[in-house]
Design a protein around this ligand. Structure first.
Ligand code: NAD
Length: 394
């Protein structure tokens, strides 16, 4: 991608704690860009409305104007958006992902010194590539005891020879579509990422032994992509990966979940489907203290949207205690995607430094105290200020 020196980057403030954490991200990203590039590069932030802010302005929660603006930008970033309970309607995040065709959700999980529930958490450095446009999330569902499910059930029993044992009277059915095209475009993104970032071990994860037509096919398609001209000799299936190579392994989901806890150091990149990706990315995040400590990106062809991984945390919104790290690190990930790696590196370094001094929002400080360590409790804003200070002084 070609990136101008003065890009306009749209951002969505988000609901709940979004109002507190998103400004901290902007502050930190600006400081990093200024530190590294001085006046030669500068981001122009453009607020686009969604969620509560859009509603307050008399618009839909996900206005068409916002989608149109996002489509004009290579990258954008957002805070969490709430889906009001009981009002019906699709989640705003689902609308965004589907209308922009963000087909790969990427979650790099790495340790920065924060309180973690496992011994030697520095072993964790894994990037989860979750397919985002297929699988049970397509919401093709037939609720039990409806006319629809009756029709689907009769089709399977009468036309396809499925047994009544598998589809009893009170059955509900969810369809799990998985396609070659969607799988392969996702796998290519993950392979390119692994090769560009010197990652050596790629686990292709699914329960292909049980779901042969979907997760099994996904794994086979991933191995087919490894044979394409672009990846031949670079993505290998046997032997030790050398410089400029990465090796792919097939791993069954349950094994993966267990291994990730016991031996996280074995994995550099995980490629998986939508539902497995949901489980795996949260488990991986938990190894470094939870989703509040990891960034995420939604990548499509031509656009990418970075976002915090947690929700709107309504229970603590407005109190000035939310942990802004997930969106700050998503900002760093966005800079990396733009090719401004020096700027993202100064953010990672500053965050590590501030955490190493035991400083953080109450969730971080409490975590340190539980481990018997000293901690300095800071507000969301003061934590952001400390990170900016560390960037300036480094
Ligand atoms: P949540 O992540 O908002 O909160 C779960 C718990 O974690 C709460 O106790 C909260 O206080 C805490 N927490 C979350 N983020 C934190 C942070 N940055 N700092 C400190 N503590 C934090 O999950 P939920 O309560 O299930 O969801 C609330 C709303 O958020 C729902 O409307 C949901 O749809 C939405 N949501 C949005 C996204 C997104 O925009 N990507 C993701 C998940 C949930």
């Amino acid at each position: 991608i070609t990136v101008p020196d003065n890009p306009i980057i749209p951002f969505i403030m988000g609901d709940g704690i979004g109002f507190e954490i998103t400004p901290e991200m902007i502050k930190v990203v600006n400081a990093a860009v200024e530190k590294v590039y001085g006046n030669s590069k500068k981001i122009y932030w453009l607020e686009v409305l969604a969620g509560d802010k859009a509603e307050e302005n008399g618009l839909n929660r996900m206005p068409q104007e916002t989608l149109d603006l996002l489509k004009q930008s290579i990258v954008s970033i957002k805070g969490p958006l709430g889906t009001p309970v009981g009002k019906g309607g699709k989640s705003l995040n689902a609308i965004l992902r589907q209308s922009m065709d963000f087909y790969s959700a990427i979650r790099p999980v790495f340790y920065m010194g924060q309180p973690s529930p496992i011994p030697n958490p520095e072993r964790v450095n894994v990037t989860v590539f979750r397919e985002n446009s297929d699988d049970v999330y397509m919401a093709i569902e037939y609720m039990p005891k409806t006319e629809e499910v009756k029709k689907v059930k009769e089709f399977f029993i009468n036309q396809m020879g499925v047994s009544e044992y598998a589809l009893p009277e009170d059955v509900g059915i969810t369809v799990k579509p998985m396609s070659e095209y969607k799988t392969k475009r996702h796998v290519r993104k993950a392979f390119r990422y692994a090769l560009e970032n010197g990652k050596k071990h790629i686990a292709v994860v699914g329960k292909g032994n049980i779901m042969k037509a979907t997760e099994g096919a996904f794994i086979n398609w991933a191995f087919e992509v490894a044979q394409e001209d672009e990846f031949k000799g670079k993505i290998i299936t046997e032997g030790e990966p050398q410089e400029g190579q990465a090796k792919i392994y097939k791993v069954i989901t349950d094994q993966m979940l267990m291994q990730l806890v016991l031996k996280p150091e074995y994995y550099d990149v995980i490629i998986t489907q939508n539902l497995n990706g949901d489980y795996i990315s949260d488990l991986a995040s938990a190894l470094v203290g939870g989703p509040g400590f990891v960034p995420s990106g939604n990548i499509g062809d031509g656009y990418a949207l970075f976002e915090s991984t947690h929700g709107t945390a309504n229970d603590i919104a407005g109190k000035g205690i939310a942990n802004p790290l997930s969106i700050i690190l998503s900002g760093a990930m966005m800079l990396e995607y733009l090719g401004w790696k020096d700027a993202s590196n100064v953010i990672y370094k500053a965050v590590k430094q501030v955490i190493s001094e035991g400083k953080g929002t109450p969730d971080i400080a409490n975590g340190f105290r539980k481990l018997g360590k000293q901690a300095v409790e800071l507000s969301t804003q003061a934590f952001g200020d400390e990170i900016v200070k560390a960037i300036k002084n480094n």
